[in-house]
Design a protein. Structure first.
Length: 49
Protein backbone atom coordinates (compact mmCIF):
# COMPACT_ATOMS: atom_id res chain seq x y z
CA UNK A 1 0.00 0.00 0.00
CA UNK A 2 2.88 2.38 0.77
CA UNK A 3 4.37 1.87 -2.72
CA UNK A 4 0.97 2.67 -4.24
CA UNK A 5 0.74 5.94 -2.29
CA UNK A 6 4.28 6.94 -3.28
CA UNK A 7 3.59 6.24 -6.95
CA UNK A 8 0.32 8.16 -6.77
CA UNK A 9 2.05 11.16 -5.19
CA UNK A 10 4.77 11.11 -7.83
CA UNK A 11 2.15 10.98 -10.58
CA UNK A 12 0.21 13.84 -9.02
CA UNK A 13 3.30 16.05 -8.71
CA UNK A 14 4.29 15.26 -12.30
CA UNK A 15 0.84 16.15 -13.61
CA UNK A 16 0.82 19.39 -11.66
CA UNK A 17 4.28 20.47 -12.84
CA UNK A 18 3.92 19.45 -16.49
CA UNK A 19 1.97 22.57 -17.60
CA UNK A 20 4.50 24.84 -15.90
CA UNK A 21 7.41 23.17 -17.66
CA UNK A 22 5.63 23.16 -21.02
CA UNK A 23 4.77 26.84 -20.72
CA UNK A 24 8.40 27.68 -19.95
CA UNK A 25 9.53 25.82 -23.08
CA UNK A 26 6.95 27.58 -25.27
CA UNK A 27 8.23 31.04 -24.43
CA UNK A 28 11.44 30.73 -26.46
CA UNK A 29 15.04 31.28 -25.51
CA UNK A 30 17.17 33.89 -23.82
CA UNK A 31 20.17 35.38 -25.59
CA UNK A 32 22.97 35.95 -23.08
CA UNK A 33 24.83 38.44 -25.25
CA UNK A 34 24.89 42.00 -24.04
CA UNK A 35 23.72 44.94 -26.14
CA UNK A 36 26.16 46.94 -28.25
CA UNK A 37 26.36 50.29 -26.47
CA UNK A 38 28.62 53.22 -27.32
CA UNK A 39 29.00 55.79 -24.54
CA UNK A 40 30.70 59.14 -24.97
CA UNK A 41 30.91 62.06 -22.61
CA UNK A 42 31.50 65.70 -23.31
CA UNK A 43 31.62 68.70 -21.04
CA UNK A 44 28.78 67.90 -18.66
CA UNK A 45 26.57 65.70 -20.84
CA UNK A 46 26.59 61.99 -21.68
CA UNK A 47 25.24 60.56 -24.91
CA UNK A 48 24.55 56.86 -25.37
CA UNK A 49 24.14 55.34 -28.82
Amino acid sequence: MKKYCTALRLLLVTLLLAPVLLHARAEGHFDRGGPDVEVSSGSGDVSIR
